[in-house]
Write a protein that binds this ligand. Structure first.
Ligand code: GLP
Length: 245
């Protein structure tokens, strides 16, 4: 595992934008896994700026988002599809990637999960998976639980997760859907390379447990320790509880 600590979230976003730009530049058909949440917003802003300046083209790239709320149409402002259009895809014009997201309105959610797994396999698997970190240790929507699910699945969201997503729903946790669809732990761990970004004080404890603690299903991100090509990019606030800091 490679851990890189930066002065602030701006520097994390800049460094990850370089990583993304380098990863897609020389590959003929790169496949990216993408997160939502507050943490990647600056990254997406930086990618849009690079694309506008003609320095980045994602038109040969395929993307798969990690997760989506169940029951929300793509047009709903709280949907992750809407989030991605708003922060990234909608600003790229002809440079936009071939973007895949789970369909939260699918009539048969289990079939939708199977379709998604098949689409990832069809694309040749994920080359670079970018991850955020839930304050309860979730990745995607793989919530702390006695058992974790390997593949893309339907999940009941925990109260703290609904609270942390309330910003997308006018600040009201009750307005956040109770269920979601998410890539599973194996879907994520099969990516050839993973970069997790975490910024801010609220992630510090979880970052320490993820990196220094045992592998436990109550902290799903701890299983990332199994990956042979994992990079963790932190700002100083998120790194402050790490041994040696
Ligand atoms: C959501 C997403 C996760 C994301 C997490 C962290 O719950 N499903 O993929 O990593 O939030 O969000 P934030 O970056 O806002 O802290």
């Amino acid at each position: 595992m490679q851990i890189r600590v930066f002065a602030d979230e701006r520097a994390v976003a800049d460094a990850l934008a370089v990583t993304v730009a380098t990863a897609v530049r020389d590959a003929p058909h790169p496949v990216l896994g993408l997160p939502t949440g507050r943490t990647p917003v600056l990254l997406y802003k930086e990618l849009v700026e690079r694309a506008r300046a003609g320095a980045l083209d994602l038109s040969h790239v395929t993307t798969f988002n990690l997760d989506e709320f169940l029951g929300l149409p793509a047009t709903h402002p709280g949907s992750y599809r809407h989030f991605m259009e708003h922060h990234l895809f909608g600003h790229l014009g002809s440079r936009r990637p071939r973007a895949h997201l789970l369909d939260g309105t699918a009539a048969d959610p289990d079939a939708e999960c199977e379709r998604y797994e098949a689409a990832i396999a069809e694309a040749g698997g994920i080359d670079l998976q970018i991850l955020g970190l839930g304050t309860n240790g979730h990745i995607g929507f793989n919530e702390p639980a006695p058992e974790l699910r390997a593949r893309t699945h339907r999940v009941l969201l925990r109260p703290e997760t609904r609270r942390s997503n309330a910003g997308l729903f006018g600040g009201d946790p009750e307005a956040v859907p109770r269920e979601a669809l998410s890539m599973g732990m194996a879907t994520i761990l099969h990516a050839r390379r993973i970069v997790l970004i975490a910024t801010g004080d609220s992630k510090a404890r979880c970052v320490r447990q993820m990196i220094e603690g045992p592998l436990i299903t109550t902290l799903p991100a701890s299983f990332l320790q199994l990956h042979s090509r994992l990079e963790v990019m932190l700002d100083e606030a998120a790194a402050r509880e790490l041994n040696g800091n």
